[in-house]
Every structure is written in structure tokens, then in C-alpha cells.
Design a protein around this ligand. Structure first.
Ligand code: ZN
Length: 213
């Protein structure tokens, strides 16, 4: 509410439905409809779409009814959720605690000392392990982010995965980079191109709509 967006768009992913084989979040069609009612989005975009018999038709009817402000209380999947799949009281309490913590972070965000979080140097670095469940791929990333007070700063990512084991370098410019960051990002691209460790170097410049390989 404090953010006051011009539009609220719900990317209505449905992996957290109780019939999903690889998640255990136990959402029901009623739950999605209730969420939609609470969020009151201007637009809903369907994402995914593989459980076309047991989940999608019911979830999306619920979404549409909620968007239209109509009664969705009779929407129900043909296969019922098992009692043991329902959310426990202790888990509900944990969710409430996490929500309170997130709101507290947001309300005190201006008091955060950025140097304590990101360090005092010019580059912040982090490692990430990402698992893509649809294709069973593990990706390892080493990421460096240029800390810049004039723009969002350029980034460089070294990435390899169980699918493509060769190291790939990606230089990413932010939207509206400052002059210094534009120059540095291009220099960084040149360094990666000269570095034999990388099988491929990609430069992403959103302002120029450029994905250069
Ligand atoms: Zn900059």
C-alpha cells in the first residue's frame, strides 16, 4: 500500500497447488481465489499450466470469480486435499511471524546501514546455487555487483550448470546506467572476452534491447 503502484499484476503461478507433485504448499482453488480477492490485481497472467485436469480449471474459475467480485465459495477440485496435507496451526503461526518480520524490515529500511550489508568496497559479490525444477538443472553463479551511487550499477555473472559445464560470463548493464558504469561495463566485457576461461561472453543492455553473444 505504501508503495502505491500504478498497476498491480498478479503472475498467477500455480505450482503451490496441493496436487503439484514436487511442492508441498497445499494451496487449494479456494485459497487462490481468496488471495486474488485480497490482492485485488488489475491484471492476472496465467503462468505454467500442466495440471489441466486436477487443478487449472478450478483455480482459474476461482481467480475469475474473485476478480469479478462474484461468489467463489462453491469452486472445488474433483480430487480433495487430504487432511494431512492441510496447513497446521503451528505453520500458520510461523507464516504470521514471517509476515510481521517482513513488514518490520520494510518499515525500518531507511535505518539499514548499507555498508554493513554490502561492504565498503566498490564491488559486492555473492554466490548462488539455483535449481530449475522443470529441467532438473543446477546452476552455480558467482556474481559481482558494482556499487554505484549514481545508478543501479553494472553486474557480471560467471555461470556454469549441470547442463552447460563450460564457464559463461554475462555482463549486465542496468536501466539508465551512469556514464562511468557504461564505460566500466564495456571494459569488463572486453576483459572477459580476452579471458580463456570463458567459453562464451554475453552482454545484456536493456536500454538498447541488446543481448549480445
Ligand atoms: Zn553507475
Amino acid at each position: 500500500k505504501e508503495w502505491k503502484p500504478d498497476y498491480v499484476i498478479n503472475a498467477a503461478g500455480q505450482d503451490n497447488h496441493f496436487s503439484d507433485p514436487i511442492t508441498n504448499m497445499s494451496f487449494s482453488a479456494q485459497g487462490y481465489a481468496k488471495l486474488t480477492e485480497l490482492l485485488s490485481p488489475d491484471l492476472v497472467v496465467l503462468e505454467g499450466g500442466y495440471s489441466i485436469e486436477s487443478a487449472l480449471p478450478y483455480i482459474n474459475v476461482g481467480l475469475l470469480l474473485a476478480l469479478a467480485g462474484l461468489d467463489y465459495s462453491k469452486v472445488q477440485e474433483p480430487v480433495q486435499r487430504l487432511d494431512r496435507e492441510k496447513q497446521t496451526k503451528s505453520l500458520t503461526e510461523q507464516v504470521v511471524r514471517v509476515c510481521d518480520e517482513v513488514i518490520d524490515f520494510w518499515q525500518h529500511r531507511s535505518e539499514v546501514k548499507l555498508e554493513e550489508v554490502f561492504g565498503a568496497g566498490s564491488l559486492f559479490q555473492r554466490q548462488r546455487q539455483i535449481y530449475y525444477d522443470t529441467d532438473n538443472i543446477y546452476e552455480s553463479q558467482q556474481e559481482y555487483i558494482r556499487l554505484c551511487s549514481d545508478c543501479a550499477g553494472w553486474r557480471v555473472i560467471y555461470t556454469s550448470s549441470t547442463k552447460a559445464r563450460d564457464l559463461v560470463g554475462v555482463v549486465l548493464l542496468p536501466w539508465k546506467p551512469c556514464q562511468a558504469c557504461s564505460v566500466e561495463a564495456r571494459e569488463q566485457q572486453g576483459e572477459l572476452l580476452a579471458d580463456q576461461r570463458f567459453s562464451q561472453v554475453i552482454c545484456v543492455d536493456p536500454a538498447a534491447n541488446l543481448h549480445q553473444v
